[in-house]
Ligand binder design. Structure first.
Ligand code: DGL
Length: 275
């Protein structure tokens, strides 16, 4: 494995750009290859075996681009395909976003308890398939017994985000409706368990100002850096790395993409065909 190789990042669509942005800030000298399967987004309502097939095709594509590490910047794909990708590509390190999301929650609990307030319940906002996998509940309860975990699937949010409706009345109403359960159940912290949702952070916080929002992207970037350091794979080049973006359909995506890319200055954007 070569330190100058790229870090491969994939998502079902554009939501993984929230993770890419955190990675780029934490590891500016690294080269990144990002794949958004915009032709098949959303994955979140599909069956496990379909998500696995798509995720394997995404991983396969990235592996063809000289990568040293693969980041599954999609909770849905992490929930259903992280194990299969690790199994199939044993020589390649792989990092999903669920473990970092749970770590970020645990840090929040520590912060809160050191301020002597215990954190009683946590909400999980995710796609249907992630919620159905129960993976967050299992992982949280393994690490922190006794915490109440309230889960809510939000199938309409990803299409609204991919459409670029980040600051729209319809999106605000949708958020209000989906998140009402967290208010009723007096949830203290909410994991944004879909990499698209940090794009709605402001809108969510406006509706629910007292809720602590947990976003796994920064923690994913930290874990990625740690892993590369442990393996001696940090790119020591004295210049900013390159970012290449590939989408399986870019026909309608450009205006939204420019908005979502924010501060990620990318070098190329191409459409690709996935198997
Ligand atoms: N961004 C993906 C996630 O983190 C899901 C979006 C989709 O439904 O495709 O779960």
């Amino acid at each position: 494995m070569n330190a100058s190789a790229s870090i491969g990042v994939f998502d079902s669509g554009l939501g993984g750009l929230t993770v890419l942005s955190a990675l780029r800030k934490a590891l500016p000298q690294e080269n990144f290859v990002y794949l958004g399967d915009t032709a098949r987004v959303p994955y979140g309502g599909r069956s496990a075996h379909i998500i696995q097939r798509y995720a394997l095709a995404d991983a396969e594509f990235l592996i063809g681009h000289n990568i040293k590490l693969i980041i599954i910047a999609c909770n849905t794909a992490t929930a259903h395909a992280e194990g299969i990708i690790r199994e199939r590509y044993k020589d390649l390190d792989c990092l999903g976003v669920i473990q970092p999301g749970v770590e970020a929650l645990l840090q929040q609990i520590n912060l809160t308890s050191s301020a002597s307030q215990s954190l009683g319940s946590v909400g999980i906002l995710a796609t249907k398939s992630t919620i159905n996998s129960n993976i967050y509940r299992k992982n949280i309860l393994e690490r922190c017994q006794g915490i109440k975990v309230i889960q809510q699937a939000c199938p309409l949010l990803v299409p609204l985000i991919e459409e670029g409706w980040l600051d729209d009345e319809i999106t605000r109403l949708t958020i209000k409706k989906y998140l009402a359960i967290f208010k009723e159940q007096e949830v203290d912290a909410l994991i944004l368990a879909c990499t698209h949702y940090p794009l709605l952070k402001e809108a969510i916080q406006e509706e629910f100002p007292n809720l602590t929002l947990i976003d796994s992207s920064v923690e994913t970037a930290k874990l990625c850096k740690k892993l590369l350091e442990q393996k001696g794979l940090i790119n020591s080049a004295n210049k900013k790395g390159m970012v290449r973006i590939y989408l399986s359909d870019k026909s309608e995506q450009i205006p939204v993409l420019e908005r979502l890319l924010g501060d990620i200055d990318y070098d190329s954007l191409e459409e690709v065909q996935l198997s």
